[in-house]
Design a protein around this ligand. Structure first.
Ligand code: 13P
Length: 314
């Protein structure tokens, strides 16, 4: 029986009220423990790299991550996804995003993200639509972002509670509906109180704030768009909000800091120790935080919807 495509997997997760986690690879040796944990938990997850992880960390290039992925992939448990390729990056520089995305598709990435969220609405629409056309021609689904999921920028963030209370940068539900309609994008990354883990040298080791999510706001976006939604900044969000968000349209959740920091903290003891720390962190995320152990049983093998709680009683 052929395995499900990434598009089918996310669609099934959305219908079933469960989530597919996406794990970032800032260091190449992280691929092995991430894939191993997904297999050992019989879960489905995406292994992903963002442009800033080969520019500012040590994953070298999208092709290097693909090569590492090829050694450890499992058709029942893993898929390869290209995370944030910004149109304007976190340092305010323009990026040749069509060239990077074209390279990723040629290299075998099974889904891609274009991030035009730092652009005005109409320009974000135009860039995203062009990438959706390009990727769909190769049957590759596309994720885009609308609203501001902050945290990657080098400057200091406003205090979190201030940010949350003001709703500054939150995805507007009406704009989201127009965006989805105009671009043909497959999945939409939304801003509802989530923030990315910091990445500057001075801050990347710090603990993230325990972010909250505005679930009512998410629900409005979900009702208006009708496509699977994506939650970036998955580390450190209080569990109650995560589980609630999955019930209200989040079908993919990105996790980076929760597995990167253990790797960095243990590296002085050697790569094996650092990989073991990533593996242990993966088990915590899969089993305790997202509760997606055994998701392969239904997501990959049958077209039958199931509920999150059924999965976890297996
Ligand atoms: P965290 O670092 O908060 O887990 O965010 C990951 C992310 O959204 C990568 O795109």
């Amino acid at each position: 029986m052929p395995y499900a495509s990434t598009k089918q997997l996310i669609q099934r997760a959305a219908h079933a009220g469960t989530v597919i986690p996406a794990f970032n690879i800032p260091y190449l040796p992280m691929v092995e423990p991430v894939a191993r944990a997904l297999k050992d938990c019989n879960s489905v997850g995406l292994i992903v790299v963002a442009r800033l992880e080969w520019e500012k960390f040590e994953s070298k290039s999208l092709e290097a991550v693909r090569d590492e992925y090829e050694k450890f992939k499992s058709p029942a448990h893993t898929r390869l996804h290209l995370d944030h390729v910004p149109v304007i990056d976190e340092d305010d520089r323009r990026v040749d995003y069509p060239a990077i995305i074209t390279r990723a598709i040629a290299a075998g990435y099974e889904s891609v993200m274009v991030d035009g969220s730092r652009l005005p609405f109409d320009e974000n629409v135009a860039c995203t639509r062009a990438i959706a056309q390009l990727a769909h021609a190769s049957n590759i689904p596309v994720e885009a972002e609308l609203g501001a999921v902050m945290g990657h920028e080098s400057g200091p963030l406003p205090p979190y509670e201030e940010l949350f209370a003001s709703g500054k940068g939150f995805t507007d539900p009406d704009e989201a509906a127009r965006f989805v309609q105009a671009t043909g994008v497959d999945w939409l990354s939304v801003a509802i109180g989530n923030i990315h883990g910091a990445i500057s040298a001075a801050t990347k080791g710090q603990q993230k704030v325990a972010a909250r999510l505005d679930i009512q706001h998410l629900d409005r976006i979900h009702q208006k768009t009708g496509i699977p939604l994506v939650l970036h900044g998955g580390t450190g969000i209080r569990k109650k909000f995560i589980l609630d968000s999955i019930r209200h349209g989040i079908a993919k959740i990105n996790v980076a800091t929760a597995i990167r920091q253990p790797y960095e903290r243990h590296l002085a003891k050697g790569v094996i120790a650092a990989q073991d720390a990533v593996y242990a962190a993966m088990l915590t995320v899969i089993r305790d935080e997202l509760e997606v152990q055994n998701s392969n049983i239904r997501l990959n093998q049958e077209d039958k919807p199931y509920l999150h709680y059924e999965l976890n009683s297996l």
